[in-house]
Design a protein around this ligand. Structure first.
Ligand code: PAF
Length: 293
């Protein structure tokens, strides 16, 4: 596996890969887990070459968020990427991604202010800015994202479409622990008690799925049942619970067609997010659509 640290090297390596065939790209902030590795396997299966970026992007963290505490272990990440057969790891330093004088931000508008954006102002502008910068360096045919970050996936798809970038955004299902907890780099920061409590989040999403499958279509009734279940775990502090349309992330008045049930919660200092996509008609697989920009 090739490991590159500079934008210049990455551009050259990507050009060589493009000359040989298609390029799949998985952007990450490192501290890789099985969820990331599944995205890498998927990129490898879909494309002739694969690139994985490892970069903890400072501009997507707000003041008081966990930038300094975000888990990092680059040596372990590179070992894992070698083991799954990634073609190239791109691990730039901050000055490579944001050279002195870097001033541009992608504005994700209303989509970036909904759901998590209400509590993390500027977060999605930071995500979109780094993703656009990474896409402009790697110029992949396919960029693979996880559905756990559903709002991020919706926003990146919109950015790619609006800016006319020539990359397909491919969203892959959330990988879960056996007890349902969505895999996340932040899970390592849960205490033993918090880890035991955390799966209630997924159980609440499964409850929503079950209620809808039995004909419940009133978002308020579903949210009330979910909140009641989550309250059985006093270590879990729900930040938001939203039932929205996956296209514009606006609350729905009735569950019909595709509906995203998304939540964020704190366990101690650790903030977790999760979601399920409910489908009462077509696209019964419950996945965000793949789209080309
Ligand atoms: O999902 C993430 O890990 C990050 O938000 C991303 C897409 C790598 C941008 O920093």
């Amino acid at each position: 596996m090739l490991t590159v640290r500079t934008v210049r090297q990455m551009r050259r390596a990507a050009a060589r890969m493009r000359a040989r065939g298609t390029v799949g790209f998985v952007p990450t902030m490192g501290y890789l887990h099985e969820g990331h590795l599944e995205l890498v396997r998927h990129a490898r299966a879909r494309c002739d070459s694969s690139v994985v970026s490892i970069f903890v992007n400072p501009i997507q963290f707000g003041p008081g968020e966990d930038l300094d505490r975000y888990p990092r272990d680059i040596a372990r990440d590179l070992r894992l990427l070698r083991a799954v057969g990634a073609g190239c790891a791109f691990a730039p330093r901050i000055g490579e991604m944001y050279p002195p004088g870097f001033a541009t931000r992608v504005d994700t508008g209303e989509l970036g202010r909904r759901l998590c954006g209400r509590f993390r102002p500027g977060h999605f502008n930071g995500v979109a800015t780094v993703v656009v910068r990474l896409l402009s360096i790697v110029r992949p045919d396919v960029a693979v994202f996880g559905q756990k970050d559903a709002q991020q996936a919706v926003i990146i798809r919109r950015v790619v479409r609006d800016l006319g970038l020539d990359t397909e955004v491919d969203v892959q299902p959330t990988v879960r622990e056996p007890d349902g907890l969505a895999m996340s780099s932040r899970n390592v920061r849960l205490s033993a008690d918090e880890r035991r409590a955390a799966p209630v989040l997924y159980r609440s999403l499964e409850l929503a799925r079950d209620l809808v499958s039995r004909g419940e279509d009133r978002p308020a009734a579903i949210r009330a049942r979910m909140r009641r279940l989550i309250r059985t775990e006093p270590l879990v502090r729900l930040q938001y619970l939203a039932i929205v349309a996956p296209g514009d992330l606006r609350p729905v008045r009735r569950i019909a067609g595709e509906t995203l049930v998304a939540l964020a919660a704190f366990l101690g200092q650790t903030r977790l997010i999760d979601n399920v996509l409910l489908c009462t008609g077509r696209n019964a697989a419950g996945r965000l659509d793949t789209g080309r920009g």
